[in-house]
Design a protein around this ligand. Structure first.
Ligand SMILES: [Zn+2]
Length: 98
């Protein structure tokens, strides 16, 4: 789970999801109110997680049952939502992706 780099409090899964549901790259810590950002490394790991459901899309080209692809997409999304807070690492200074 992500830990605030300012007050060193661990965020819960629910708190993390609530904060990352916004398009803003800054997440406000629920404990100290300081702005936190995702580290470059966790952004890269999150992009890799996004590849799981995308790989399901590619299976379309191999004539695989649509039900298999459909359940792959559902499971992929569940995996992303449950793994995201575990992957997310916070930093007090914004790091740019590129
Ligand atoms: Zn904090």
């Amino acid at each position: 789970m992500p830990t605030c780099q300012h007050c060193h409090q661990k965020w819960t899964w629910k708190q993390t999801m609530k904060r990352t549901a916004t398009i803003d790259t800054a997440y406000i810590c629920p404990y100290c109110g300081e702005k936190q950002y995702a580290t470059k490394k966790s952004n890269i790991q999150f992009s890799l997680l996004m590849l799981i459901p995308l790989a399901g899309m590619l299976l379309n080209f191999f004539n695989i049952s649509p039900w298999f692809i459909f359940s792959w997409l559902i499971l992929g999304s569940i995996a992303i939502f449950s793994l995201f807070p575990a992957v997310l690492k916070l930093t007090s200074t914004e790091e740019f992706f590129f």
